[in-house]
Design a protein around this ligand. Structure first.
Ligand code: UD2
Length: 330
């Protein structure tokens, strides 16, 4: 079985990918610096599959030598490790720049020297910006607004260069607002789904930034795992050096999303509205035909089913945890 390196393995997306790989019998080197990743996302997997099948590496992507060592003996890399969040990058561009751009560069260098076969990269739909017509297609010119969007786009360009110049097979997946169980709800920079679900369950009133008419092509985690596994396995002549949208192909506004989630939870309060967020994109909506054609990608879990599963998971966490607020004040 192949040896895989997953960066950001203790994070939301990385831990689901790690799980899928070990469950099918592969060996994973799980790299994380635990700045946002959580040990509890990997602990049950290490307990079940053992340290031989999941080798945990506490490494920061900014550590060039440690990253180079982590790449040795690896066949395929899933590069999920990053400091996400548009608003975090607006507030502190330097920190996210070094993690996202230098980190990706270190990894590509490590992969090149270790003769890794393929790198699959977590790119971001933020790269499209606001200027493109909808739905967004891979052939459109990028128009990144926030530092985060620029950083993720630079990673894509580096991948493309490493394919063209060094023959390292690379595939970039532009993620469109991924959501689902394990997405951390507890930071000011958490994704909107995790924030809204945890707040509604705790009886707190979420804030919508702007008028709520911005839209997102929210994509459930299981679809993203599928896209990654297919990107790793697809023939090089179809995918190497390319970038693909990873989405569901159906946008929902924030107002719609709020309403649907509130209905599932039984939360009665309306949202409060705050000022729009700097660097925010208005509409995000993907054409996924290229991924369907080249990868055989076929998102199985639609938005509503994903929302139900996500809310159920946060509900279980809420019941099991010491979240202080109680639902009775909703
Ligand atoms: C961007 C990318 C996404 C991923 C992510 C990583 C776009 C379209 N998407 O997500 O693919 O790379 O960055 O961080 O750029 N919001 C509220 N209230 C809140 C929190 C958020 O109204 O409490 C709004 C926010 O202003 C935005 C939407 O919800 O319009 C989604 O925000 P988000 O932070 O979940 O993700 P976003 O779109 O920045």
């Amino acid at each position: 079985m192949a040896v895989y390196l997953v960066t950001g393995a203790a994070g939301f997306i990385g831990s689901w990918l790690t799980q899928a790989l070990v469950e099918r019998g592969d060996t994973v080197r799980a790299l994380d610096n635990f700045s946002t990743g959580k040990r509890e996302n990997l602990a049950p997997l290490i307990g079940k599959f053992g340290p031989k099948q999941i080798e945990l590496l506490e490494v920061d992507l900014r550590d060039e030598q440690a990253v180079a060592k982590a790449c040795e003996g690896v066949e395929i890399i899933f590069h999920e490790g990053a400091l996400p969040s548009v608003p975090l990058s607006v507030k502190d561009p330097r920190t996210s720049h070094t993690a996202n751009i230098n980190g990706t560069f270190n990894l590509l260098e490590g992969a090149r020297h270790a003769k890794v076969k393929r790198v699959v990269y977590a790119a971001s739909s933020s790269a499209y910006g606001n200027k493109n017509p909808l739905p967004q297609k891979e052939s459109m010119l990028p128009g990144p607004l926030s530092p985060y969007a620029v950083q993720k786009l630079v990673g894509e360009l580096y991948l493309r260069s490493y394919w063209e110049v060094y023959g390292l097979e690379t595939v970039a997946l532009r993620y469109f607002n991924i959501f689902g169980p394990r997405q951390a709800p507890d930071s000011p920079y958490s994704g909107v789904m995790a924030k809204f679900a945890s707040m509604m369950l705790a009886g707190e009133q979420p804030t919508i930034h702007g008028d709520g008419e911005q839209s997102r092509d929210f994509t459930y985690i299981e679809n993203v795992v599928q896209a990654n596994l297919k990107a790793a396995a697809a023939p090089a002549e179809k995918v190497a050096g390319r970038m693909f949208n990873c989405a569901c192909g159906k946008p929902y506004t924030l107002n719609e999303t709020y309403k649907l989630m509130a209905e599932i939870i039984g939360y009665k309060n309306p949202p409060q509205y705050g000022p729009p967020r700097e660097g925010d994109i208005k509409h995000s909506y993907a054409d996924i035909s290229a991924a369907r054609e080249a990868l055989g990608y076929d998102p199985k879990v639609d938005f509503l089913e994903g929302l139900r599963r996500t809310v159920a998971w946060y509900g279980e966490q809420y019941e099991a945890s010491s979240w202080s607020a109680v639902r009775t004040n909703t």
